[in-house]
Each structure stands twice: as C-alpha cells, then as structure tokens.
Design a protein around this ligand. Structure first.
Ligand code: PRX
Length: 649
C-alpha cells in the first residue's frame, strides 16, 4: 500500500448517476457541511439530534465536556428500541421487512417492523417478569439469528445494559466477561451453525456459569434442536417464557446518557476492555452514518456481513439500519457454504443494493476466483463498503471491477469499537475515492495526524491518528475502569483522543490508516491483544514464557506468531505445538488460535527484562533483524531465534 499512499494515487470520482441521486451530491456540498459542523460541533450535532431522533423528553443542553468525560444531549429522555421500532409503525414502514434472515441451509425468515416490534415488546415483558430492570446487565451469547437483535432491543427497551459476546468466544472468555460486567442474566441458544456443523453454545454457557453464581437466569432460544441440559430454576426456554407474554410494553424513558451496551474488546493488557456506549449519542451517529456513508434508500436491501458479536454488527446490522427504517439482511453461515458463491447468491436472491464487508473476505473471494461472482447476477448492487482493516489497493480494484462492475462507489470506512460509528469515509456521491485510503472525515469529526507531543506532522509523513473533539457516539468510559480509559486514550498525546492507529495524511488531506501502533494485532479484522494470547499460553502447564507478534499475511492482513519458551525438561515437539494452538482456542476462542507457534529457548529482552517485541516482529517479517539491538541483553538469543522456524499451518 505504501507506494501508492499519497496525493498522486489514482482517484475514482463518484459515478455521475450515483452522485445525482445522492443526499450529498458533490465535493462542494461535503466541504460546506464539514465546515459548518467544524465551526460549532456541539450545535451541529444538537440540531441533528432534534431533527433525527424521537425524544420522549427533549434535551436542554447539547454537550458537557469535562475532559476526558463527555455527556451529550443532557436532560433528554429517549429509548433506542422506540427509535428503531415504534416510530416506524405509524407510516408505510409498518409492514416493511426490517430483518430478512437466511440460514446456512437456505432457511428463510422475514420479520416486518411490526413483527419485530411485537417480539421485542413481548421479550421485554419476559425480562420484566423475571425481575430485570434498568441498569441490570445481560450477556447475549447468540448465533446470527433475528432473536439476537430481539434480545438486544428488548434489553434496550427496559434499560437493561446488554453485552453481546461473539459466539466464537470460549467458555473461559465468556466467564471473564460475565464476571467483569456483574451480569445476572444470560441469553443464549442451544447451538449455532457453521459450515454444516452445529456449534454448541449452551454447553459453553454451562461451563462458564458453573463459576458465575450471580447469574440468576439463563434464557435459551431453541435454534437447532440440539440435545442440551437445562438446569432447573436457572434455565428456561425462550419459547416457553414468550408464550402468553403481553405485546404491550411502553419504552422506558431513559436518560440520554443511559448506557446502551458494553462491548468487550482487546486492549494492550491481558484483560479485555469493556467499552461503554451511551444511548442517544450512539443512536444519532449510527443513524447519520447510514445516511451519509451508505446513502440509505427506502427501498434498499442492505447487507452488512459482520457478526452481531462485533461492533460492526451492533452499529450496522442492528441499531443504524433499524433506526433508519431500512431492511437489513442477516445471514447465519459461512461465505463459502455450500460453494464459494454463497455471498453472491444471496445478493442475487435478495436483490441486495448495499453490501458492506471486510478486506479479509474480499481477499478470500479473489483467491477463489472470478468465476464465482460471475455466475451470479449482481446488477442490484449500487454501493459497496469495506471495514475492519486497511484495504490493499489491489483488493480495492478487484472489488470495484468484479463486484461493483465499475458502477458502484466503494466506501472504505475507518472506525473502532470505541468510536461507535464510522468516522473517516468517503461520502459516496461527493468524495472521490483513492484505493487504500479511507479518504476524509465525516462532518463533526475532527481528526489529525500528530507526533507524541500533539504537533501535526507534515503532509505525507507518518504519525499518530488522533481525534480533537468529542463526538456523540464516542464511548463514555471503560466499564469499572475510568483510570484505564483516561490512560489508554486520553493521556498518550495531550488533550486529544488517541486511536492507537498510525496514519498519513496526503497533500489532498486524505487519510491513509496504516495499522496499530500498540500491542494489538488485527487478524482478519478482529482485534487480538498480544498480552491476552500470551497470558493464555502461560496458563498452560508446559509454558514458561510467551511473546506474540503479528506478521503480514496475504489473506488475513496479519497472522499471529507466538514465540514460546517451555518450562525446563519439556521436550519440543510438533504435538506440543498443536496442543498449544488448541489451548489458545479453548482459552480465548477458535479465531485467536495462533497461525504459528515457535518453540524457543529464550526471548530477546532489554537489560530491564522487557521483551523486545520489535525485534521479534522484524524477525517474522523480514526473517532477519536489522534494527537497533544495543539494549538487547543477550544477542545470541536472537541468533538462535532466527534459526527457529515454526510449523506453519
Ligand atoms: O486499526 C484500525 C482497524 O481496526 C481497528 C478497530 O478495530 P475494532 O475496534 O475491532 O473495530 C473494527 C470495526 C470498526 C482500528 O483501530 N480498522 C478498522 N477499519 C479500518 C481499519 N484500518 C484501516 N482502514 C479501515 N477502514
């Protein structure tokens, strides 16, 4: 990417037909909107909040900025579920499809806004009947089924704070999150499906709950008829509780700042961070970005391929699209099941207009070959999106030509779990794209590229990506850890939000996000903490020490390589390598399994005993070390490491 990362890179103007019909039609309109917002961000957002959201009580103050803590739309009462459902029921959207679901075995369900509303109201009454109320915390550990959205919205309806845990996480990871959150309710399903196999979710929940006595209730949605055990008193079937529940449940008027959800994400330590999002601001920006970035239309079929367990699923499968009154497609299954054209088949079948996926997925489609998309009719598509990691220009061009057929703008959207909504992305009718660049910030977002003192670096120079002003969808804190919030995000560079990403801004003001600068590795668009993987490994009886680093990977963006030192007397063997990989899968989740484990005798350390990850990174990237090794305690360790090649998958 680096060679094309600049003002001279090839540009793609918005297609004229797209621009003519878009909300924001040209660069001048974007510039004016951006300038107006930047002149007074608080008032800009307040005006949108008044216009775009349904308030149960109007707010009286736009923003309170008490560095580094922000509150938006103070004095207001609002409900996210009311904004996503009730307000669509009085007009022509009432019988419109809210969620179209397809299962891996081609099962289909369509829930209209009225259907979804009734289910959410009923399930909210179920939760109330079980004694849950505003402020309580619920874990949602579900497959990609509409009931996951029902559970989220039902919690939101009565003010229960939800935390969705990606169904690929292990029992151990689930337990850590239940504990940290002090959750008293778990909502799950018997099993999920992936590549023709059933994945037992309830069994993981049982293992986790054996050590979580605070959880009073576990509600189980029957998805697969998997034989599972139900613990009397604690466990109940979703369908039994729903039977006879009332369909009337007025939305609870909640404070604008009431936490809507907590989502755990990897940080630079072994402990995941509970990112807290507040109701009104989050809702406003997920909704605005549906308009600005996806230019969502009343008759669109919109499809975001993320899992509901990650922030992309929260913002762009559930809250954003439903707040916008859109039709959102949900698919439970693998992209290559039963054949590599499944995604294209779904686009053809449902006449999908807006398609939002990840660079890793795009690269795997390229690898499978053009014949798969070519045998399907993709003419319904009008806009394509990318998220989760930098998209390499070659993948961008393929996406544009083969999927978009040179007709669809591509929005490369940069954002994070913490930002809640898209921050940097072209407005597709207004801003020309450059493959590999997320282009320009959205209105009300004021980023910069700076050095550690906070001084902007020159155009074309690499620096730290920061945001200067708080924005409504910004996370409010880390759950029960305000100090870590301050230290991680607001102290590295004085007075600004530190994203943890490196970036360059070219002479046209375009942003090129280069990747993480901390000990976070982005594997297939999933954030993994090196420390989390290392702590999982040292919990294994054979392991003394471990150091995890990322290595560039054609498909996944980055691959995870772990240098592992075993305890004295433990023989190195390929079997041990496999056992350790499986162990990480069991401790964190299958997606975190290292691509490579290298068993070594020692790790390179500074004189003060710090592992020199920089050297290890160089070693796995270039296979040799050229950087500064003057603080290295024992240079011979490095020479030995360079000789050790792990067993690659
Ligand atoms: O490094 C950036 C990368 O993903 C990180 C955020 O990960 P997560 O919180 O899991 O959220 C992913 C989905 C929003 C960022 O710090 N990232 C995300 N989108 C892009 C990106 N890097 C480059 N270009 C993007 N479009």
């Amino acid at each position: 990417m680096a060679e094309s990362a600049g003002a001279a890179a090839e540009t793609f103007a918005p297609p004229a037909a797209f621009a003519a019909a878009a909300r924001v039609k040209n660069r001048k309109e974007y510039d004016e909107l951006y300038r107006a917002a930047a002149a007074n961000p608080a008032e800009f957002w307040a005006e949108l909040a008044r216009r775009e959201l349904h308030w149960l009580q109007p707010f009286t103050q736009a923003r309170e900025w008490n560095y580094p803590f922000v509150k938006w739309f103070l004095g207001g009462k609002i409900n996210a579920s009311d904004n996503c459902l009730d307000r669509h029921l009085t007009g022509p959207r009432k019988n419109k499809a809210a969620i179209i679901w397809e299962g891996e075995n081609f099962e289909q369900r369509i829930l209209t806004y009225q259907d979804l509303y009734r289910r959410v109201a009923k399930f909210a009454n179920v939760l109330k009947a079980q004694g849950y109320k505003a402020g309580d915390r619920a874990i949602i550990y579900m497959p990609m089924v509409p009931e996951a959205a029902v559970a989220m919205l039902a919690c939101a309806r009565i003010g229960v704070i939800h935390s969705v845990v990606f169904a690929g996480f292990s029992a151990e990871a689930l337990k850590t999150r239940i504990d940290d959150l002090g959750a008293t309710l778990v909502i799950t399903a018997d099993a999920a499906q992936r590549r023709g196999r059933e994945i037992p979710l309830k069994r993981n929940v049982d293992a986790a709950l054996a050590e979580c006595p605070a959880v009073r209730k576990c509600i189980v949605y029957r998805h697969k008829n998997a034989g599972i055990e139900m613990k009397p008193e604690r466990d109940a079937w979703w369908e039994d509780l729903m039977f006879g529940a009332s369909e009337v449940c007025p939305p609870e008027p909640l404070d604008s700042e009431h936490p809507l959800y907590v989502l755990y994400t990897s940080g630079t330590t072994g402990k995941p961070k509970g990112v807290v999002h507040a109701t009104a601001g989050y809702l406003l920006e997920t909704l605005m970005t549906m308009q600005w970035v996806f230019d969502i239309r009343e008759d669109d079929t919109y499809w975001c391929t993320a899992d509901i367990g990650w922030v992309t699923g929260h913002s762009y499968i559930v809250y954003g699209p439903l707040a916008a009154g859109a039709t959102t497609l949900m698919y439970e299954g693998a992209p290559d099941w039963p054949e590599p054209d499944r995604f294209w088949r779904l686009i053809e079948k449902y006449r999908v207009n807006v398609f939002y996926t990840s660079p890793t997925a795009i690269r795997s489609f390229i690898r499978q070959g053009d014949k798969w998309p070519k045998r399907r009719d993709l003419s319904s598509l009008r806009l394509l999106g990318s998220v989760g990691e930098p998209i390499n220009p070659a993948a961008w061009r393929w996406y544009n030509q083969v999927i978009g057929q040179n007709r669809c703008p591509i929005v490369d959207t940069w954002w994070q779990t913490e930002t809640g909504a898209i921050m940097i992305s072209p407005m597709p009718g207004a801003v020309a794209a450059k493959p590999g660049s997320a282009t320009l910030p959205l209105p009300g977002i004021i980023p910069d590229v700076v050095d550690l003192k906070g001084e902007p670096v020159a155009a074309g120079q690499q620096g730290y990506l920061i945001i200067r002003q708080p924005w409504p969808a910004m996370f409010r804190t880390l759950y029960n850890d305000a100090e870590r919030y301050r230290e991680n995000y607001w102290a590295k560079v004085p007075n600004v939000y530190f994203t943890g990403d490196a970036a360059r801004r070219d002479a046209d003001g375009y942003y090129w996000v280069l990747g993480r600068v901390d000990d976070v590795i982005n594997v297939s668009g999933h954030r993994l903490s090196t420390m989390e993987v290392e702590s999982a490994l040292v919990r294994h009886a054979a392991v003394a020490e471990a150091a995890a680093v990322g290595r560039p990977h054609d498909l996944k963006g980055q691959a995870l390589v772990v240098f592992t030192v075993c305890k004295g007397g433990v023989p190195k063997s390929p079997e041990l390598v496999e056992e350790l990989r499986a162990w990480v899968g069991q401790e964190i989740g299958g997606f975190a399994r290292p691509d490579e484990i290298r068993l070594v005798d020692a790790l390179p350390k500074t004189r003060s005993g710090k592992i020199m990850r920089r050297l290890l990174r160089e070693l796995v990237t270039a296979d040799k070390v050229s950087g500064d090794t003057t603080t290295l305690e024992d240079y011979s360790v490095l020479l030995e490491l360079a000789k050790t090649k792990g067993d690659e998958e």
